[in-house]
Design a protein around this ligand. Structure first.
Ligand code: HEC
Length: 91
């Protein structure tokens, strides 16, 4: 939501910062993935990795300051959200 907000106000560099800090590959260890990951099927772990990776890619693109290409790169992130949510449900 924060990322979309910054893009809507034409501030792709700020969107890049949020993505990098909160969703990117380097953010993976900011939550207790080790404890959680042992309960995840392999495909789910992969989907999680894909999401973090897509967020890092997004940050790289958005950092350059072009809002339109940032939106385009964001599609890969939201696609990876859907990938996990559609495939793995507990209810
Ligand atoms: C690796 C799998 C996975 C990926 C990738 C993933 N999610 Fe989720 N998401 C879950 C699971 C599992 C839950 C349910 C967690 C729970 O109920 O405690 C969840 C819950 C949520 C919720 C509900 C939170 C709540 O408090 O009820 C939202 C909103 C959400 N995800 C958004 C996203 C968005 C946006 C992305 C992409 C940036 C994303 N998710 C990527 C697995 C994933």
């Amino acid at each position: 939501n924060e990322i979309l907000e910054y893009l809507a106000y034409d501030e792709p560099k700020k969107a890049a910062e949020v993505a990098q800090k909160r969703l990117g590959l380097s953010a993976r260890h900011s939550h207790n993935t080790k404890d959680l990951a042992k309960y995840m099927p392999k495909g789910m772990k992969q989907a999680g990795y894909n999401m973090h990776s897509a967020a890092s890619d997004f940050a790289q693109v958005a950092k350059k300051g072009n809002t339109e290409s940032a939106y385009e790169a964001l599609m890969a992130v939201t696609q990876s959200c859907v990938e996990c949510h559609a495939g793995y449900r507990t209810r």
